[in-house]
Design a protein around this ligand. Structure first.
Ligand SMILES: [Zn+2]
Ligand SMILES: [Zn+2]
Length: 158
């Protein structure tokens, strides 16, 4: 049921589709139908996507309302499956096994890629500060902005 959906995509960079025949089996458990659709789109893309880009991809699959996408993204975010990058106003699948409230991303300002990294030190430093303030942490997200290796050192053109 998913094989005809890629015909009209032209504007994503680096949009390279391999066969994802097994994609329906790889959904995290407990997703609604719309959340599964959004998950598919995010899983097919390495780079973070904006909500309207996700909607564009899903139009072929019968999703027309932006609210549908926003609600699915909200649900996925609450489940800890998707992270929202405020700086890029984009969404990306979590690379980790479970929900985690401290998140660190390296965001490239040139190609808008975002690499999720694990820095235990950040969490270790943050915890006591939060505890001392009796603060109830929901999310701590660090978006380190700059240039990714590929953009900082572009391969020389022959
Ligand atoms: Zn994550
Ligand atoms: Zn880059």
């Amino acid at each position: 049921m998913t094989n005809s959906r890629k015909a009209a995509v032209g504007h994503y960079h680096g949009h390279d589709h391999h066969d994802h025949d097994a994609s329906d089996c790889r959904h995290p458990p407990g997703l609604t139908r719309n959340e599964s659709l959004v998950w598919d789109v995010l899983n097919d893309n390495v780079d973070p996507l904006k909500a309207y880009e996700i909607l564009d991809e899903l139009k072929e699959r019968g999703v027309r309302a932006p609210m549908t996408v926003y609600r699915a993204l909200e649900g996925l975010e609450e489940k800890g499956i998707v992270h929202k990058l405020e700086g890029l106003n984009s969404y990306v699948l979590c690379k980790h096994a479970g929900p985690h409230d401290v998140q660190v991303f390296l965001v490239c300002e040139t190609c808008a890629s975002a690499t999720e990294v694990e820095i235990e030190g950040v969490e270790a430093a943050l915890r006591p500060v939060i505890r001392r303030a009796a603060f109830q942490l929901k999310t701590a997200r660090l978006e380190a902005r700059g240039l990714c290796a590929g953009c900082a050192n572009p391969a020389p053109q022959p």
